[in-house]
Design a protein around this ligand. Structure first.
Ligand SMILES: Cc1cc2nc3c(=O)[nH]c(=O)nc-3n(C[C@H](O)[C@H](O)[C@H](O)COP(=O)(O)O)c2cc1C
Length: 329
């Protein structure tokens, strides 16, 4: 576990990964690793998921690619990133020392458009021991085919099966979309089961951890110019409006699929205050992601961790894990 002050009531375990508290900074909202350390106290969060990396470098979409709306934030960044080659050369060799310097637990993130794309990045990340886990983004609504794998249980099984044989020395998180209404449970099952062949005795056949969820496809219009407000026309909605949607999905997937399989969930979507994080935990999340709230108040992750500790004390538990899935239905 990373060093740094922690409250024992918040210590948690995510598929064998020790976290000082359940708060995880979400992919794409906290830079590649430690760039936000001047504004966010990275030594006080449980873990940080880096920006999604693709096989080739990407400029992303043009301005405007992030806008505010009454419901939260809309983004169509378009997976702008340095690409795996530069990541391997420039970032990977320094991950351990930079993460250790601030007591940060780093998690990698992979995006792609084909199985080969995902494998190329996963293979590079699998070699970096300092990464606690690698998150597979199968749910980006802002690029063509970005959600294809996350919408089809059969395609997802193929992808996860292939990735499992590549991710042999790190945990795999599969990040799902909130918009697979019909087959959500089938998609979650496919993520957990893959093609059924574990890479080794210590591994599951598929995801070790699920992350629920990514953003909701959405759109905003400037009524004077009569043009879309985002250069990409549509984007992903995050923040407050996503929260109750994601809470329901975490509840449903935890109860029907993840709990019986023993797979922990990271609840993600619209956590602005500790109460939102507590809702996710009661619905069945072991850890809780935060993204949009960093843009509003970079101190919010620390405040959420504090609020969770006080809540757990009031609930008279000795550790926050006792509250996971503790909803009185
Ligand atoms: C500006 C921005 C960039 C994002 N980039 C990524 C990304 O690269 N990979 C990814 O898996 N999710 C990405 N996301 C989605 C977030 O990780 C998260 O799933 C979503 O914002 C919901 O959480 P929130 O309501 O706390 O922001 C991005 C979100 C935002 C707002």
């Amino acid at each position: 576990m990373p060093s740094g002050a922690t409250d024992p009531i918040l210590l948690t375990d995510l598929a064998g990964l020790s976290l000082r508290n359940p708060v995880v900074l979400a992919a794409g909202t906290a830079g590649y690793l430690d760039e936000f350390q001047d504004v966010v106290d990275l030594g006080k969060v449980g873990a940080v998921v880096g920006k999604s990396i693709t096989r080739l470098p990407r400029e992303g979409h043009e301005t405007w690619r992030i806008i505010e709306s009454d419901a939260g934030m809309l983004n169509a960044v378009g997976l702008a990133n340095m690409g795996v080659e530069a990541w391997q050369k420039e970032l990977a060799p320094t991950i351990k020392s930079r993460a250790d310097a601030i007591g940060l637990l780093p998690i990698g993130s992979v995006s792609g458009f084909s199985i080969e794309d995902y494998l190329a990045v996963a293979e590079a990340m699998n070699r970096i021991e300092a990464l606690g886990a690698v998150e597979i983004n199968v749910s980006c609504p802002n690029v063509h085919t970005g959600t294809s794998f996350g919408e089809s249980p059969e395609m997802l099984r193929d992808l996860i099966g292939a990735l499992r044989s590549t991710l042999t020395s790190t945990r795999m998180i599969v990040k799902l979309s909130p918009l697979v209404f019909g087959p959500m449970l089938d998609v979650a099952r496919a993520a957990i089961e893959g093609r059924g062949s574990p890479a080794g005795p210590n591994f599951r056949p598929g995801a070790d951890i699920l992350c629920i969820s990514n953003t909701i496809p959405a759109m905003a219009i400037d009524v004077e110019s009569r043009k879309p407000r985002l250069s990409n026309t549509t984007g992903g909605l995050s923040g407050p409006a996503l929260h109750p949607v994601a809470v329901r999905l975490v509840h449903m997937v935890h109860k029907e699929v993840a709990k019986p399989a023993g797979v922990p969930i990271i609840g993600l979507g619209g956590v602005m205050r500790w109460e939102h994080a507590a809702e996710f935990i009661l619905a069945g999340a072991t850890a809780v992601g935060m993204g949009t709230s960093l843009f509003v108040d970079p101190k919010s992750p620390t405040k959420v961790a504090k609020g969770l500790a006080a809540w757990a004390t009031r609930q008279r538990v000795s550790n926050i894990r006792e509250l996971v899935g503790g909803l009185h239905a």
